[in-house]
Every structure is written in C-alpha cells, then in structure tokens.
Design a protein around this ligand. Sequence first.
Ligand SMILES: Nc1ncnc2c1ncn2[C@@H]1O[C@H](COP(=O)(O)OP(=O)(O)OP(=O)(O)O)[C@@H](O)[C@H]1O
Length: 580
Amino acid sequence: MLKNLRYIFKLAPGAVKKSILLELLHGLFIALPTGFLLLVLQELFSVQPNRAKLWTFVWILCGMLVLQLWVSVKTIVASNQMTYTLSTSLRIRLGNHLQKLSMGTFKQRDPGDLASVVLQDVANFEMIFGHTIGNMAASVFSTLILSVFLFLTDWRLALILLTAIPLSWLMIRISNLLIRKEGKKHIQARNESGTRFLEYVQGIRHIKSFGLTGARYSSLDKALNDFRRASIRTEAVPGPFVLTAAVVFELVFLFMLYIALSYFSGSGLSVAALITFLILGYRLYEPLKIVLVDYVILRYMNISMERVIEVLETVVQPSGKKLEPIAYDVTFEQVSFAYRPGKTILDDLSFQVPEKSMLALVGPSGSGKTTITALIARFWDVQQGTVKIGGVDVRDMAPDRVYSLISEVFQEVYLFDDSIYNNIRFGKMEASEEEVIAAADKAEVLAFAWEMPQGIHSRAGEGGNKLSGGQKQRISIARALLKNAPIVLLDEATASLDPENEIYIQKAIQELVKDKTVIVVAHKLATIKNAAQILVLDKGKAAEKGTHSQLLAQQGLYHRLWELQQSAGGWKISAPKSMA
Ligand SMILES: Nc1ncnc2c1ncn2[C@@H]1O[C@H](COP(=O)(O)OP(=O)(O)OP(=O)(O)O)[C@@H](O)[C@H]1O
C-alpha cells in the first residue's frame, strides 16, 4: 500500500507535503492542551497551589485552543486542496494515457471496467483520501505526544496502556486480509452490474421484444443481487474484527485502572497522576480508534489505487522513429498475427495495394478480413512480418499519424449526440462551413437532412439513435469525405440496407474512393466486380488472388462463394397457403 501511496503522492508532492505538515501541526495542537491540563491538575493537587501560575496555564490553554481552531481550518483547506489536486492530476494522466493506448487494448478490456476505473475508482479515492490520510497522520502524532506525557507521569501505567496497540493491530491485520478479498469481489460485482445495466439499456428494444424485462432478464438481475451480497459482505465480514480491536482498548484500559487503583491504595501513585490516567488514558485511545477505522477504509481504497495504477502502467503503443511515408500504397510482408498467443488469425500473409487502386477482401466469416483493416490502421501491432504504408513500417510512425492517413467507413457507425453538421465536422475540425456542406451534399446527407426540423443542424441523438442505419452511414461517409485521407478502409458498407439507401450509399462511396488507395471488406461480391485486385482469404491465409474474371476462371473458393451468392440472391418470404 505504501508503494501505491508514494506513486500517487508523486503527482502533487507540494500539496501533499503541505497537507501532511499541517495535519501534524493539527495533531500537536490536539495533544498539547491535554498536556497543559495535566500541569493544571498537578498544580491544583500540589500542597500549596499557586494561583498566578494556574491562571497563566489557563490563558496558555485558551491561546492554544484558538490556535487549534485556526490550524484545523487551514488543515481542512490544505487536505481538500491536496485531494482534488491529486484526483485532477490522476484524471488528466488517465485521460492522456488512455489516448496513447492501442485500440486493441480497448477492445480487449471490458469498456465498463475501464470507465469504472476513471469514474468510480478515482471518485473512491477522492472521497476517502481527503479525510483518511490526514486524520491518520494527526491521530498517530497526537497519540505519540500524549504517550510522552503519560510516560513522564508514570511509565508503568503508560506501558500497560500501550500494550493495547499490538493486540488490536493483530485484529486489524486479519480484517485487512478479509477486506482485500471481499473488496476485490465488491469492485468486480459493481463493475459487472454497471456493464449489465448498460447492456440492458442499450439492448432494451430486443429485451422487450423477447419479453425479458425485469427479473426475467436474469443476467442483470443476478448482477444486481451479487452486488448487494458483495456490498453486505464487504462491510459485515471484517466488521467483527474491527469491533474486537476497539474492545481490546476498553479491556486494557480497565486493566490499567485496576493496577492504578492498587498503586494508589499502596501510596505508589499521587491523586494528580491517578486523575491524569483516568482522563488521558481514555483519550489516548480515541485517535487510535480513528486510525483503526481509517486504516480499514484505506485498505479498501488501496484496491482502487491498484486499479488506477494498473491502467496508468499499461504499455502504450511505441511511436517508433516517427517516419513519414512518401506514398500511400499499402503492403503486407509475411504478416502473421494472433489476438491471443497460440491462436493464429493471419498466417504469413503478403500482398500489395498500389497507390490509388482498390483491393477487395473476400472470404468466409472469421477468415481475418476485418483484422487486416485493423492492422493497417495500427489498432494492433503485428507479431511477425511488416505492414507498410508508402514503404514505411506503420510501427515506425506515431499511431496518430497513421490514423490521420486513413478514412474508415464501417457498417456500425458511431455518431455523437450532437448536430448532424458537427458529426460531419469531426472528420476535419478546422473545415469551413462550405466544406462541411459540400461533403454532406456529396454523401447524400442533404437529401434527407433538409426534411428534418433544423435541417443539417438537427441532433443525431445518442449514438445516432434518431436516424436510420442508412442515414447514419451517409453521415459517416460525409465525415470520411471531409477528412479526405489518402487511404480508405471500407467494411461491409453496403450490407443490410434497403435498395434506395444502397443506391445513395453506392453513389457516396464512389465519391469517397476517387483517387484513393482503397481496401474494402466485401460481402456482396457483385459490388467489387470491378476491383483491381481481389484477395480471397481462407483461415487467415491468402487462398486466391486476382481479378473477378481471373478468380471465376480458377473455379476455386471465390467461384464457390460467387455461385452461392448468385443462387441465394437474398431471402424471400411467401404467404401461407391459406392467405393465397
Ligand atoms: N478483438 C479480438 N480478440 C480476439 N479475437 C478476435 C478479435 N477480433 C476478431 N477476433 C477473431 O479473429 C478471427 C477473425 O476475425 P475477423 O473479424 O477478422 O474476421 P472476418 O473475416 O472479418 O469475419 P466476418 O466476415 O464475419 O466479419 C475470428 O475468429 C474472430 O473471432
């Protein structure tokens, strides 16, 4: 835990030092008045109490209380400043780091879990950190000062009181082990219920149509129940040990009292010392009880710290030598790739797409077509061989530079909850209004947008939910047109569209691919008949390569796929006989 704390403290060392110093001062001002009270007591119980001395003590005590109040205010401000400076730096660092991670890392990790690190774990840290660390530092320090006063009064009784610390510490160690175990399960359960809830909301249409709402949508139901159980266990399992630790203090205090009284009756202890131990002995434990509870909370927070640090330590994609391509042809040289060790997806694949020409990727489902486009965009780095753009290995270019060379149009379009206009402008933020409108016009967006209440400035809705699939795709093509990148990656762009939309989209795509290097993942073979090259993949290997007519003549896999599509031609539904 100390290692994690040091890691976090390095983000704002000045604010941390200031806060801890003030907390120590705070601890001092909590303990000192109690010590002075002791002096007052001793004077009161002396043979001839000196009134003037007593008044001086009282005035010093008052002064100290005023100072204590002033330090308390300063401490709270410094502690909040430290917490929010740290959490803001953490959020900025997480944001910057996430930007540098490969797309592969995002795809590999549960998005709900990643979001919960940034939102929930940092918030956990914010909530607990501001109060806990400072409290602990102040409590430990004031206990130390009080112990000194007690030792000076009677070292034997002070020693008895301090034996409670190792005893209760043992209980806290046990509760820590349990917190670690239960806390991890609690965070997992929290993330799982968040992910399931998101899934439930996003898939509500399908869930409703299958009558799976409410308790019948069992995975959400289960996740919420697991979360409830995990929350109860996180509090309940370590609880008895924390309580036992507190009881240890009470028992040791009673034992000390018993010994003190026996000393007193044997005249081995003065009245002032007895009263001191009666008052201070009990007060000694108060800060320690705070430390116990805070330490337990801190252990829970440690799990959140570990999760945040794990994301911050995730290796980013190297930017390489930051070379610049001199042309925009795309080459795969003996590329082998696996998402996970041992499961090869692409196997010794080589091909070249000359600048401003088109390569169509064809093959059965799962043969690796989309993976090829992901490797060109450097969402993942290859394990063997090289992917080159303009003769430069993409690993020698900064990932951002690679993205800037590529426009992508996928079947699944993501739109921001903003106007259609701004969604197009994301393609080139510095574009003028004329440029955005021209791209919208070429991509046939204006054709539907003018019918909407605010035209092109109408909102697209969350994820584009106010628009049809075809309309969203036209917006994504307009965005790509505006970006005007030299390489275009198209994936299933015309699948599952109605004929009218398909015509519009075909037209828009013709505009997009003009004078570009194009790699298209084709499902409808009729759409790529004119491609300069067709690469037929089978289980990650290049099975065939050539033009449409060359491949048909080969009578191989392409021919088979072509025949299948010709005979299927789309599914039909016929009316039941009774309706005919
Ligand atoms: N992020 C990923 N992690 C692990 N395996 C993956 C990942 N993405 C794809 N795969 C696997 O890689 C293989 C190739 O997938 P890919 O999407 O490239 O195939 P495809 O030819 O485009 O398929 P389809 O035509 O069905 O879209 C599949 O077995 C798939 O399960």
